[in-house]
Design a protein around this ligand. Structure first.
Ligand code: PEP
Ligand code: CO
Length: 444
């Protein structure tokens, strides 16, 4: 890679970074981090890129989902396994309905850094640094909590490792066995509006597997495990640099903190340090784009991050909002078609549909989220393009953060179980409903 090194980002425009007061402590933490074991391997990264190349061709569907911001406190068994359960259930609905294999990428095991609209926050006349995610500082509103602490990067690394370790052990231990989808049931499935439809679908699937196994005269292999990949916004440049490494017997560099790093909307400028750091790695990369992304910017990003137009390398995660997608997405698709640039197109129906309620909650309406995904499917179809997947903020917990859905959550309900530290997430029922909505639109 020409004129690139893991440090070359330091010569570019640096945005959205914490300011560490104690440089010595920062260097000590980074030194330690640079010698810590990686979280993922180059083989897994290449396998995911291959899978994404198939998404690009329309042979697989991508589901990327998880918290807006993970927290260190939520690095525990029920939260991690409930999230896996929801993603497994959603992917079962999608496999069955789309008749396609699914690529599963969690927004987890490292989603600890958040971009903020302002460097500080003022409350009751007191101004403190903004909360930038658990990898930087604490959410509490005291000077001590908000002081960026480099040691938190080590906790972030360890928490990511524990999360991934648990996910891998669950999957390898048979938790994802399609013959036992009951392992994935969450306590409140019986009360869910979608429960009957989901249970019937599971019954049909087990009957078909049973039937095929009788015909084959043997147990079908490969049904007991699935692949799960990790992803996070590659925002914290020092942290990402410390995990950007070479590995034996492979050419070039890999970001070994995650399989799929993405560049957020606030840091995707062509002159940005984030684009520079990610330009030099072999991982597949996500890029958030929106209505403000111009033609030159879009083409520049694709050519800079994927100069050879390699399939599966770039996933453009578009987030327009239900109101704007019809006017913005067709133009974007045409630009890349004219330039012969291939990408995976993925719809993030969350970040363009955020609003505030009269009682002061940041929320999203299920109907707008659903609408944006449906419009994305329509637009890609009419432009001769392929919607490869969806990017969702969701949780396996029974939270009340997004309005609507089958249970028709209203503003008053938000007071009951609003737990997110940053953006509102779909709860378990709303997530499953979304998977079913995708299937019904696809088959309509
Ligand atoms: C996010 O995915 O949480 C996020 C901050 O998104 P965006 O960069 O698209 O605003
Ligand atoms: Co978010």
């Amino acid at each position: 890679m020409k004129n690139w090194s893991p440090q070359s980002w330091t010569t570019k425009e640096i945005r959205q970074q914490a300011i560490y007061k104690d440089e010595d402590a920062l260097n000590k933490a980074l030194n330690k981090l640079s010698n810590m074991p990686p979280l993922v391997t180059s083989w897994e990264i290449y396998k995911l890129k291959q899978n994404l190349a198939e998404v690009q061709m329309g042979k697989r569907f991508l589901i990327q989902g998880g918290d807006c911001a993970e927290s260190f406190e939520d690095c525990n068994s029920p939260i991690i396994s409930n999230r896996i359960k929801v993603l497994l259930q959603m992917s079962l609905v999608l496999i069955h309905g789309l008749k396609m294999p699914i690529v599963r990428i969690g927004r987890f095991a490292g989603q600890y850094a958040k971009p903020r609209s302002s460097n500080d926050e003022t409350k009751d006349g007191i101004t403190l640094p903004s909360y930038r995610g658990d990898i930087v500082n604490k959410i509490g509103f005291t000077a001590k909590d908000r002081e960026p602490d480099p040691a938190r990067m080590l906790v972030g690394h360890a928490s990511s490792a524990m999360t991934l370790n648990f996910v891998r052990a669950l999957i390898d231990g048979g938790f994802a066995d399609i013959r036992h989808p009951e392992y994935w049931n969450l306590a409140w499935i019986e009360h869910s509006g979608q429960s009957t439809e989901y249970q019937e679908m599971m019954k049909k699937i087990s009957e078909s597997i049973g039937f095929t196994e009788i015909l084959a005269g043997r147990r079908l292999g490969n049904l007991s495990r699935v692949d799960f990949y990790s992803s996070h916004e590659a925002l914290h440049l020092h942290y990402e640099q410390a995990l950007t490494r070479k590995v034996p017997r492979q050419e070039g560099y890999f970001n070994l903190s995650t399989h799929f790093p993405w560049i957020g909307l606030r840091t995707n400028q062509l002159n940005s340090a984030h684009v520079e750091l990610l330009r030099g790695i072999n991982n597949p990369i996500g890029i958030k784009v929106g209505a403000e992304t111009t033609k030159e910017h879009l083409i520049g990003l694709c050519r800079t991050l994927n100069p050879t137009n390699e399939a599966g390398k770039i996933t453009l995660i578009h987030r327009f909002g239900a109101k704007n997608i019809e006017s913005s997405l067709p133009k974007m698709i045409k630009i890349l078609q004219e330039e012969d640039i291939g990408v995976v197109w993925c719809c993030d129906p969350m970040h363009g549909n955020t609003e505030s309620t009269s009682n002061g909650f940041k929320t999203r309406k299920f109907q707008n989220i659903r609408k944006e995904v449906e419009l994305a499917m329509d637009v890609h179809k009419s432009e001769g393009s392929i919607l490869g997947g969806v990017h969702l903020e969701l949780t396996g917990e029974n939270v009340t953060e997004c309005l609507g859905g089958a249970r028709e959550l209203c503003e008053k309900d938000l007071e009951r179980a609003y737990k997110t530290q940053v953006d509102p997430r779909l709860n378990y029922e709303q997530s499953l409903e979304m998977a079913m909505a995708i299937v019904s639109k696809y088959n309509s």
